[in-house]
Every structure is written in structure tokens, then in C-alpha cells.
Write a protein that binds this ligand. Structure first.
Ligand SMILES: [Zn+2]
Length: 260
């Protein structure tokens, strides 16, 4: 078994039409995020088929992505209504990715809308007791501003953790049930991510591909073939065996997403 805490199956299809065969061959259980009707329905159909075939599970995560307001250039109400419908019909395993992306000027212009969306998602995660998957770029201060509310969510998964080691430790200290997910950033030698991955508690770590969006050097897209290198890097900097770390990561995935 292997686990991928964050990927986009619909978007991966463009690069890798045989992705589902590859996922099953590698035995990867994944948490798949979507942000619109078309990609949710596609991902849900794969998840149902996997369940019927007793193949490794696909967990369904959905939210209005923090980049969506800037990308669609209009009010995301339609996307939000669809998200709310899915929550009410109990079709989600987790809510996300939501959060804050203040990386570029055009994204910063939508900060107020991003925050409104985040609050809606956070409220549903609390009332429905669902895990919350966060996308945060240049906005860790916003996360801390909501740390009291985040404590009431069963688990908070920081996809592609972009904070510092101290920020991660502080979230745990504040009582947030936080999980920190690492992908190609550690294999690409990003200093701050390496430091967090090396020193955060083992029972808080997850690994991800963010397929297809975070390729390793020389690749056009990311996918499950990258997981062995990501695991190898994480184990090397933590001075742990790959076997032991892989087992811990899989158990963390189950705790974070399946609340067992
Ligand atoms: Zn993503």
C-alpha cells in the first residue's frame, strides 16, 4: 500500500490517460481534489468503480479552490452551490482544497472573496465533522487568524506545506489536529520544506504528488511514479528507514482522512 494525500485525477487525465490503471498497479490510495462539477463527477465515478472492483480507495475532496475567483473572473456562487449540494448529500470524504493564495497580484485582488469562501468551507467542515484540506501560499498569517476555529475541525491537512517548521509546531501547540503534506518540493531541495519534513513529528507527516501540478525536474507533470523518490528523500533527511516511514505515513493518512 502507498498513500497520496493530494492529487487531481481529472486534471491528470490530460497528461496520462492510463492514470487509473497505474494507480491500481501501484496500490495507491489517494485523496483526490476537485473544484467544479465536471471534475467532481469524473472523480466520483472513478471512486465508485474502484469500490466495486475492491481496488485501492479514492477519497473525494471538493471545494471552491482559492484560485477559482481569479481564474473564472466572476462570482463563484455557482461553484459554491454545487459544493454545498455535495456536502448536504454526504458525497464528500473531505472538504478542500480551500484556503488562501496570495502569491500574485491578481490573486491578492480576490483576497476578500477567498476569505468568504474559506469561512463557508470551514463552517461546513466543523458542522459535518469532515477533514479540511488547505492550500496556502504566502498566507500563513490568515491560517493563524483562524486557528481557534481550525481546532474544532477533526483534521486539517496542509497540502504542500508552505510554512516554516516553527509555524507547524505552533499550530500543533495551539491544538489544531494538523497534518503536513510534502511532495516534490523536498525532492527539489526547497530548504524550508526540507527542514519541516525533517523535524516535524512523524505522526503528522503525509506525502503527496499534487498530480499533475508539481513535477520533478525534467518531467512534464507529477504522478505516482514520483512517490518512491519523495519517500526516499523524506526518509533520508529524517534518518529513518523507508519502510518504517512509509508505514507511519500510511497510518497518518488513515488518521487524517478516515479518522480511524
Ligand atoms: Zn492541488
Amino acid at each position: 500500500m502507498a498513500t497520496d494525500s493530494h492529487c487531481h485525477l481529472y486534471d491528470l487525465l490530460r497528461y496520462m490517460p492510463e492514470a487509473e490503471i497505474e494507480r491500481r498497479r501501484r496500490g495507491v490510495i489517494c485523496a483526490a481534489s476537485s473544484w467544479n462539477t465536471e471534475d467532481f463527477l469524473y472523480t466520483e465515478s472513478l471512486a465508485k468503480k474502484a469500490a466495486l472492483d475492491h481496488a485501492p480507495r479514492i477519497l473525494l475532496c471538493h471545494a471552491v479552490h482559492p484560485q477559482a475567483p481569479a481564474a473564472i473572473n466572476r462570482n463563484p456562487q455557482e461553484l459554491l452551490s454545487f459544493f454545498e449540494q455535495l456536502v448536504k448529500e454526504n458525497r464528500l470524504n473531505a472538504i478542500g482544497e480551500t484556503g488562501f493564495d496570495l502569491f500574485t497580484e491578481s490573486l491578492r485582488k480576490t483576497q476578500a472573496v477567498q476569505e468568504e469562501l474559506f469561512v463557508v468551507h470551514l463552517d461546513y467542515a466543523t458542522s459535518k465533522a469532515l477533514p479540511l484540506v488547505l492550500h496556502v501560499r504566502k498566507a500563513m498569517h490568515e491560517v493563524f487568524a483562524y486557528s481557534r476555529q481550525l481546532k474544532r475541525v477533526p483534521s486539517v491537512i496542509f497540502h504542500s506545506w508552505s510554512g516554516t517548521l516553527g509555524e507547524g509546531q505552533s499550530l500543533i501547540k495551539r491544538g489544531v489536529n494538523a497534518f503536513f503534506s510534502f511532495g516534490s518540493s523536498i525532492a527539489l531541495n526547497h530548504k524550508e520544506a526540507l527542514r519541516s519534513c525533517a523535524l516535524l513529528p512523524e505522526d503528522r507527516l503525509l506525502l503527496e504528488t499534487d498530480a499533475p501540478y508539481q513535477p520533478l525536474r525534467g518531467n512534464g507533470f507529477s504522478c505516482w511514479a514520483d512517490l518512491p523518490l519523495i519517500l526516499h528523500t523524506a526518509a533520508a533527511i529524517r534518518l529513518e528507514s523507508e519502510e518504517a516511514l512509509s508505514l507511519a505515513i500510511d497510518q497518518n493518512f488513515i488518521r487524517a482522512y478516515m479518522r480511524l
